[in-house]
Design a protein around this ligand. Structure first.
Ligand code: NDP
Length: 246
């Protein structure tokens, strides 16, 4: 379905990003696996992706850094000979009530989760425009739709990602480039494994489907949005949350 396409996935060393990279690979896309520091995990993603017979290469890059992301995009396009799908997935949390949240924790989360997506879009924009085609998928969160106590930084960044998505969708629609956001609920990854037991229990109680999501649940939608079936879908925010925020 995606044979001959190249996808760049940020935060693909672990969790949701890894699942997306592997599903895209399974569907025939070459994958640029972007990570922040966990090289061993990024290499493992690449090995697994190559198992599907596609090209896969790891790239270290801090997405919050404008200069690094510029070099990254150039390197990926050179290495793969093109770029068709951009998945902005890299993200961090630094939770705390506003009362106790440090300025640095606000800035770090906005820098990675929101500016990171801007940086990647900024540096791929002309390429997609000239190509007159491409898919941009930003990973937001239900926290960006509904807010979440203890996550002022994270929810602000994820709400910002939704504004960014709709703006880019409008700017690039006439060029055949779509831009959509996925808003996951509670997904089982390293990010949520550190949550206290009582928070997890409360979350499970609130989810109508009574289970946490798997990274695969998000990855399947990312593959659909990357493919031909989603050619006329743009500016959308699609929740993958087991009914949590309906
Ligand atoms: P993980 O913590 O499991 O993985 C985070 C990934 O992001 C890693 O690959 C990490 O690289 C990478 N990363 C972190 N900071 C940077 C950076 N500055 N530059 C480049 N890469 C970076 O997270 P999840 O898989 O759980 O989350 C993925 C996305 O989904 C995030 O945007 C998150 O906000 C969002 N999301 C997650 C939910 C959940 O319940 N898990 C719910 C809603 C949204 P490395 O391994 O090198 O550290």
């Amino acid at each position: 379905m995606l044979r001959g396409k190249t996808a760049l996935v940020t935060g693909a060393s672990r969790g949701i990003g890894r699942a997306i990279a592997l599903r895209l690979a399974e569907n025939g896309a070459g994958v640029a696996v972007v990570y922040a520091g966990n090289e061993a995990a990024a290499r493992e993603t690449c090995e697994k992706a190559r198992g599907y017979g596609v090209k896969a290469q790891a790239f270290r890059c801090d997405v919050s850094d404008f200069i690094q992301t510029k070099a990254l995009v150039k390197d990926v396009i050179e290495a793969f000979g093109g770029l068709d799908i951009l998945i902005n997935n890299a993200g961090i949390v630094r939770d705390g009530l506003v009362l106790s949240m440090k300025e640095e924790d606000f800035d770090r989360v906005i820098g990675t989760n929101l500016k990171g997506a801007f940086n990647m879009i900024k540096h791929t924009y002309q390429h997609f425009m000239r190509q007159r085609g491409g898919r941009i998928i930003n990973i937001s969160s239900v926290a960006g739709i509904a807010g979440n106590a203890g996550q002022a930084n994270y929810a602000s960044a994820k709400a910002g990602v939704i504004g960014l998505t709709k703006t880019v969708a409008r700017e690039l629609a006439s060029r055949g480039v779509t831009c959509n956001a996925i808003a996951p609920g509670f997904i089982e990854t390293d990010m949520t494994s550190k949550l206290p037991g009582n928070v997890k229990e409360a979350a499970l109680h609130a989810i109508p489907m009574k289970r946490m999501g798997a990274p695969e649940d998000v990855a399947k939608l990312a593959v659909f949005l990357s493919g031909e079936g989603a050619a006329y879908i743009t500016g959308e925010v699609i929740r993958v949350d087991g009914g949590l925020s309906m």
